[in-house]
Design a protein around this ligand. Structure first.
Ligand code: 2P0
Length: 313
């Protein structure tokens, strides 16, 4: 069974867990699913021994076997073959599209298909942000109230057709990140003095972003997105030891975005647990924004909102 899922970029960030084992978030978040890039994953249920191939290379990643155990604790050996058409593990949300595609493909391969909500819950157990990649367009991940996490799944705010925005992605380093998100989040939660205000502000920021999406108000959405990014990175920078995902090119790109805005061009920046800068804008402005960012980047890409995860038969 084969499934395809797209990565998603958070407009309001998930950073921190209230339950590490279940990937239950400390803050709600909201994302745009990216068209263009994708993970494709094929699962064969019942083979000789567990095997995981990512981008053509056999990997020893204990998260995959543990994830499959959630579908069936008495499962047979399973083969998972996955490939990304974008850099893996570099702050470009490969774990989001990866676990979303795996959740969909594996639950069908096991003969245990689930509702979209339950598939989103399953994907969340692999990687928190993966629950958002099951859905297309503009997607929220509310906190939920069930201690087991049955209601901590993604919901669609608006389909891709609601608003044809662009995310210009400036890649400054395609290598894997030094500190993974799970470890980074826990470090921020344990040591950043900004943690309690970060957690307290989350629900209001998601409400503000949802209402900006509904109204198709890019200035409001861009403002809350940039604020969420800088507040998240402030919790990283004030952790002990500090978490600094930025490179010098990251800072150069941020200044470029501010300069574009000073010239009246609607461009707002976001970053994740990596040095890449992503810029939200109207479709008509994407070409000149991409040209302005390109001198500071290894490569640039432009993506519109994408569709949901889906089976490929
Ligand atoms: C996000 N990030 O909302 C945030 C912003 C990174 C910065 O979700 O530990 O790979 O597997 O639940 O989902 C990356 O974290 O972390 C992430 P786990 P995940 O997109």
């Amino acid at each position: 069974m084969t499934a395809i899922a797209h990565p998603n970029i958070a407009l309001v960030k998930y950073w921190g867990k209230r339950d590490v084992a279940r990937n239950l978030p400390a803050v709600p978040s909201l994302s745009m699913t990216l068209g263009g890039w994708r993970t494709r994953t094929t699962v064969t249920w019942g083979v000789q021994r567990d095997r995981f191939l990512l981008d053509g290379v056999v990997r020893d990643d204990p998260r995959v076997g543990r994830f499959l155990d959630h579908i069936d604790a008495d499962r047979p050996p399973v083969e998972v073959v996955s490939d990304n058409d974008f850099p893996t593990g570099a702050g470009l949300a490969s774990s989001a599209s990866g676990f979303a595609a795996l959740a969909l493909a594996a639950s069908h391969a096991a003969g245990r298909p689930r509702s979209p909500e339950a598939t989103s819950v399953l994907a969340r157990l692999g990687s928190g942000s993966a629950c958002r990649s099951l859905l297309g367009g503009y997607v929220a991940w509310p906190l939920g109230t069930d201690p087991e996490g049955s209601d901590s799944h993604a919901i669609q705010i608006a389909p891709a057709s609601h608003w044809d925005l662009r995310m210009v992605v400036a890649v400054v380093d395609a290598g894997p990140k030094a500190t993974g998100s799970t470890e980074g989040m826990e470090r921020s939660r344990r040591t950043s003095p900004l943690w309690s205000s970060w957690v307290a502000d989350g629900p209001g920021e998601v409400a503000e972003a949802s209402s900006a999406i509904e109204a198709r108000d890019l200035e409001r959405l861009g403002t809350v997105m940039e604020r969420s990014t800088f507040r998240m990175h402030a919790t990283m920078h004030t952790s002990t030891p500090p978490l600094l995902y930025w490179l010098s090119a990251t800072v150069a790109l941020l200044h470029e975005v501010f300069a574009l805005r000073a010239r009246g061009i609607g461009a707002w920046a976001t970053m994740d647990a990596g040095p890449q800068v992503k810029v939200l804008c109207e479709a008509a402005d994407a070409p000149r924004i991409e040209s302005a960012l390109a001198p500071h980047a290894l490569e640039t890409h432009v993506h519109g909102p994408g569709g949901p995860a889906r089976l490929q038969r």
